[in-house]
Design a protein around this ligand. Structure first.
Ligand SMILES: [Zn+2]
Length: 438
């Protein structure tokens, strides 16, 4: 608890007063040589240091450390023993700082929450982030995921997008950038040596052309895969649009309207048990199960039946096919979408045609039998989103970057140091103001 061994403690006392736990400590004097002249030293009283220490339950902790003072018999200079609880000049113990760093690695905690919990000011916590966390230059991942985060919390700045780069293989956050513009990405990736960029084997993206261009330019050996979840999302959106368009054409309250309004989930939810026990349906005055209801929908809207079959065909391939199987089935399915004459599938059909190569690449499973996808970027994205929300945006991007990489990349560790720095934003200097004339 106090970072010293029992034999080193001369006296210790624990006093609780007004919700504060005081640890009164004096250490055993040890023979010492003068740091100036190497002469032998003798005891010369104590010097009191108060050091903040982690709380126990609801109590704040304070170490009252009576540091041994020594005086040199030869030159007469005095010196203090080495402080085992904290760095010189720090009012927080090592243990307290470690606890702060642990809490900072959890993005659910805002600075003010940690500040309250540990009785350390937010300014000081920021200095810890600036000083104890360093993000070293690292090799680019073999499987790089690129994604962006758009948040209204960010819109106070000139840039409401953050670009997220992850290592899909190791499932850690690699880096975040202040922008997702093609120019900024080019600037960032061009700073890596060519040999490193050539080692990037896979890049996963959503369907945004600049990402594809950047990957082609900077990673000459990479296979680009489009995130399959995004593809499926466009498919289900198309299907839902068709269903809603059909519903809006029905008379309000009609049977057809009722079916599409109440039972549409039978068409979009995965793995529905259709052959459940038939129960009495008031509207139809008879016992029905889910399959009966779904068949009624298909009878009333044959186009929805076609759209559903197409959708499921794609979903099945997406979920089950190997790269080789997908290669055999993809074009046939794409042709069916093109020929189906359902305008609501138009967008999805052009995606199938325009992103054919990248979608097919997503069926490659280089790691743990997982398809190439942005599943991990989405995971990091969610955590950053929560953090942005609780902390009301980003005021200092450099610091934000440090904290989130530290929190979401287990390879990045902190190191306590005895000097604190602060990477505050450079603020505009205040201009001269006229002296009032008398
Ligand atoms: Zn001396």
């Amino acid at each position: 608890m106090l970072n010293v061994s029992k034999s080193d403690i001369k006296t210790s006392d624990i006093i609780v007063s007004n919700d504060v736990i005081y640890y009164d400590i004096t250490l055993v004097r040890k023979p010492r040589n003068c740091p100036y002249c190497k002469g032998s030293m003798v005891g010369h009283g104590h010097k009191l240091r108060t050091i903040k220490h982690p709380a126990v339950r609801e109590n704040t902790g304070i170490i009252r450390y009576h540091a041994n003072r020594y005086k040199c018999k030869l030159c007469g200079k005095t010196a203090l023993e080495k402080n085992p609880f904290a760095y010189d000049g720090f009012n927080a113990s090592f243990l307290l700082m470690r606890q702060a760093m642990d809490l900072l690695s959890n993005l659910n905690y805002t600075l003010s929450m940690i500040s309250k919990e540990l009785n350390i000011s937010p300014t000081q916590l920021n200095r810890y982030i600036d000083s104890f966390i360093t993000i070293p230059p690292r090799h680019l991942p073999v499987c790089l995921g690129i994604d962006e985060l758009h948040s209204k919390e960010l819109s106070k700045r000139n840039n409401s997008y953050i670009c997220i780069l992850v290592d899909n293989e190791r499932r850690v956050l690699y880096d975040i950038l202040n922008s997702r513009s093609k120019m900024d990405l080019a600037l960032y990736f061009s700073s890596f040596p060519k040999e490193q960029r050539e080692n990037v084997k896979y890049v996963t993206i959503d369907m945004w052309d600049p990402y594809k261009d950047i990957a082609n330019t900077y990673f000459p050996n990479c296979i680009i895969a489009v995130d399959p979840f995004h593809v499926i999302k466009h498919l289900t959106n198309g299907f839902e649009r068709l269903r809603i368009d059909l519903m809006n054409r029905c008379a309000y309250g009609s049977t057809a309207y009722y079916l599409l309004k109440t039972w549409h989930w039978l068409l979009v939810t995965n793995d529905v048990e259709l052959d459940n026990k038939r129960v009495y349906n008031k509207r139809f005055g008879t016992e029905l199960n889910r399959r009966d209801l779904r068949d009624m929908i298909f009878d009333a809207f044959p186009i929805l039946d076609d759209a559903f079959k197409l959708k499921e065909k794609y979903r099945k391939m997406n979920a089950e096919a190997s790269y080789e199987q997908a290669l055999l089935r993809y074009d046939e399915i794409a042709n069916e979408f093109q020929a189906c004459g359902i305008p609501q599938y138009g967008e999805f059909t052009s995606i199938l045609l325009n992103w054919r190569e990248e979608i097919l690449n997503s069926f490659i499973r280089p790691f743990d039998d997982r398809k190439l996808s942005n599943a991990f970027t989405e995971n990091a994205n969610g955590k950053l989103r929560t953090y942005l929300c609780v902390s009301h945006g980003v005021s200092n991007f450099k610091r934000f970057r440090k904290r989130v990489i530290y929190a979401l990349n287990r390879d990045i560790k902190y190191a306590l140091t005895s000097s604190l720095t602060s990477c505050n934003r450079s603020r505009k200097k205040r201009g001269p103001y006229p002296k009032p004339k008398e």
